[in-house]
Design a protein around this ligand. Structure first.
Ligand SMILES: Nc1ncnc2c1ncn2[C@@H]1O[C@H](COP(=O)(O)OP(=O)(O)OP(=O)(O)O)[C@@H](O)[C@H]1O
Length: 138
């Protein structure tokens, strides 16, 4: 058993359906095992189920949806159209949006074919519109 397999052991319930890039993200973040909300949500979302989860702050909700989002985006077989958006993550506050975007950056290092942009209030919307024109997947 190599180091990676050993580290992924606690993710075994869901590790068989996630790809190497996600495993690399988990390794980089040093997340040895899933939190309860992650264990509950990730398999359902990967099976294209609708999920509404409520869990206390700090329970790991970010990864619970980011892993499925990235996994489902890279599994898509039909080619992306210019300006097509693959996923939209809506957050109630600017701070939370920035926090989620920071974790997204770790994923992007390992999912090199995807890109992401952050759109928050307090910035010039003209620049946002310009950025969107380049066809972000996120
Ligand atoms: N499986 C895991 N193992 C260890 N640490 C984790 C794991 N998942 C998330 N964390 C860490 O726990 C902390 C809280 O995670 P996260 O921000 O995703 O929680 P949250 O439920 O989205 O919180 P909030 O409701 O405040 O947005 C972060 O520091 C994150 O890096």
């Amino acid at each position: 058993m190599d180091g990676r397999t050993k580290n992924m052991n606690d993710w075994k319930e869901i590790a068989h359906v996630i790809t190497e890039p996600s495993e690399n993200v988990l390794e980089e973040l040093k997340f040895i095992k899933p939190t309860p909300v992650q264990a509950a949500c990730i398999p359902l979302l990967l099976n294209y189920k609708d999920v509404a989860a409520e869990a206390v702050t700090g329970s790991g909700k970010t990864i619970a949806f980011l892993i499925p989002v990235f996994e489902l985006l890279i599994k898509r077989e039909s080619p992306w159209k210019t300006n097509e958006i693959g996923a939209v993550i809506v957050s109630p506050t600017r701070e939370l949006a920035q926090q989620i975007f920071a974790v997204t950056q770790v994923f992007l290092k390992h999912f090199s074919t995807l890109t992401a942009s952050l759109y928050i209030g307090g910035k010039l919307s003209k620049k946002d519109c310009h950025d969107l024109g380049f066809g972000k997947l996120f």
